[in-house]
Design a protein around this ligand. Structure first.
Ligand SMILES: [Zn+2]
Length: 110
C-alpha cells in the first residue's frame, strides 16, 4: 500500500499509541522509512507523547495529609521507643547497682 504523507500524518498518533492494525502499522512504518519529513514529524510527536505513567513524587493535598499523619505516628513511635529505652536503661543500671550492693553486703557479712 502506498501511503501519502497526509495519510501517514493522520495515522501517526494511532501509530505512536500502537492502535493500528498490522497492515496499517506496516504501511506507516514503510512510509516513515522512505519519507524524512514524516519521520521527523513522527520523532517530534513521539517525544511529545505522554510517557507511561510514572510514579508521582508530587505530593497533592490528600497525600500530604496522609504523610503528615504517618510522620506524626512515626515520631510518636520513636518517642515511645526512646522512653522505653531510657526506662530499660535506668532499670538495667539499677539492677547493676543493686547487684553490686548485694555483692558488697555479702562481702561484709562474711
Ligand atoms: Zn511522508
Amino acid at each position: 500500500m502506498n501511503m501519502t504523507c497526509n495519510m501517514t500524518k493522520d495515522l501517526l498518533d494511532l501509530y505512536i499509541e500502537k492502535n493500528l492494525s498490522t497492515d496499517s502499522l506496516t504501511a506507516v512504518e514503510e512510509h516513515l522509512q522512505s519519507c524524512p519529513d514524516c519521520m521527523a514529524l513522527f520523532e517530534n510527536k513521539r517525544n511529545q507523547a505522554p510517557k507511561k505513567p510514572q510514579i508521582k513524587f508530587e505530593v497533592n493535598g490528600i497525600d500530604d495529609v496522609i504523610i503528615d499523619k504517618n510522620l506524626k505516628l512515626l515520631s510518636k513511635r520513636l518517642k515511645t521507643r526512646k522512653i522505653i529505652n531510657i526506662i530499660s536503661g535506668v532499670f538495667m543500671a539499677l539492677l547493676t547497682v543493686s547487684a553490686c550492693l548485694y555483692g558488697l553486703i555479702k562481702k561484709y557479712e562474711d
